[in-house]
Design a protein around this ligand. Structure first.
Ligand code: PLP
Length: 356
């Protein structure tokens, strides 16, 4: 795919950028450029551009605004200790984006083009990749731009990649998470879009997230929609349980859970360290009783944005339960290994790192 490159005429001055990179927060400041690519039924993928980041002009009847045909990805570019810029398993994001597109009845962007677009943005905005513990969060997304209010898959789409320099995802840093178990809401049902990374899943989860916040919690644990019994995941992170015999359990990918790339990487890293990992259903009742008996020594959540976050407490209408002592040595070890591979200080045994 050919992306026509037009550098920003007045990018953020270097001194302002450096100041911003010292403490960028999460998702508030953006790099200078964006990548766009269009799709239409007649022309297929066309009009690839790398240009100044700017608002879209879209018709008020654009189908995304009415029927939510939208998907996205989340990935990061890292600056290694040697100063190289790298992506972590970008082929996995490309493949998941293609699966999300299929599920939302959208055109499938060739995986190589997805990676090319992401790399083009990292290259032009390379000075926005923080050094040290920060990274450049990349947000590829696609939405239906056709102006049509009839209900069917749209015939026009815009694919775009934007980027923002980020520090830690949670304001509390490494403080163990407090999770709210929602009795009222579910995230995904069998046959639904739970395994696709689409904005609609997030829209549906926000009320539960707000409910969690009113109970002083950081995130929501979603249970399965059919029995309201099995632990699935958080609004944007997968879950792991560490037992006191050292074995690890994570819920299986049965179609209602988002197949996290961090999840997959953690499973492989843990097995590489000789730990036993089971993908098996785990119920909320089991979680409660294992936490109380001490059989559960740690629980943690993981995802690209927050990496690995230990869970300290679970709160529900029936009370609060502490999980282990919140320290999470296994989570910490797995996190160090993962970050080490991403930053080039741990050998990349699986070929996960791709230099830009
Ligand atoms: C993105 C996401 C995750 C984490 O996936 P990663 O590939 O590890 O970043 C987990 N759950 C949901 C619902 C998500 O949208």
């Amino acid at each position: 795919m050919n992306f026509a490159v037009t550098p920003h005429a007045s990018p953020v001055p270097a001194d302002v950028r450096s100041k911003t990179l010292e403490d960028p927060g999460f998702g508030r400041v953006f790099s200078d450029h964006m990548v766009t690519l269009r799709w239409s039924k007649e022309r297929g993928w066309h009009d690839g551009k790398v240009a100044a980041r700017q608002p879209f002009a879209i018709d008020p009847a654009s189908s995304v605004l009415h029927y939510a045909q939208e998907i996205f990805e989340g990935m990061k570019a890292y600056r290694t200790a040697k100063g190289e810029l790298v992506l972590f398993r970008p082929d996995m994001n490309a493949a998941r984006f293609a699966r999300s597109a299929e599920r939302l009845a959208m055109p499938v962007l060739p995986e190589a083009t997805f990676v090319e677009a992401v790399e083009a943005l990292v290259r032009i905005d390379k000075d926005w990749v923080p050094s040290g513990a920060g990274s450049l969060y990349l947000r590829p997304f696609m939405f239906a731009s056709e102006a049509f209010l009839g209900v069917r898959p749209a015939l026009e789409y815009i694919f775009c990649v934007i980027a923002c320099p980020v520090g830690p995802y949670f304001k509390g840093g490494d403080k163990p998470l407090k999770l709210w178990v929602s009795d009222n809401y579910t995230r995904a049902a069998p046959g639904g879009t739970g395994a696709a990374k689409c904005g609609g899943n997030y829209a549906a989860s926000l009320i539960a997230q707000a409910e969690a916040a009113t109970h002083g919690c950081d995130q929501v644990v979603f249970l399965d929609a059919a029995e309201h019994r099995w632990v699935e995941e958080l609004g944007g992170m997968n879950l792991f349980f560490v037992m006191n015999d050292g074995s690890i359990v994570t819920p299986p990918l049965t179609g209602t859970i988002l197949p996290g790339i961090t999840r997959d990487s953690i499973i492989q890293i843990a097995r590489g360290l000789g730990l036993q990992v089971k993908e098996a259903p785990y119920s909320m009742d089991q979680w409660r009783s294992d936490a109380q008996s001490g059989k559960l020594s740690e629980a943690f959540a993981c995802g690209t944005a927050a990496v690995v976050a230990s869970i300290g407490e679970i709160v529900s209408s029936s009370g609060t339960i502490r999980v282990g002592n919140g320290a999470g040595p296994v989570a910490q070890k797995l996190k160090e290994q993962l970050i080490g591979v991403q930053r080039g200080s741990v050998a990349d045994a699986h070929g996960w790192v791709r230099r830009v």
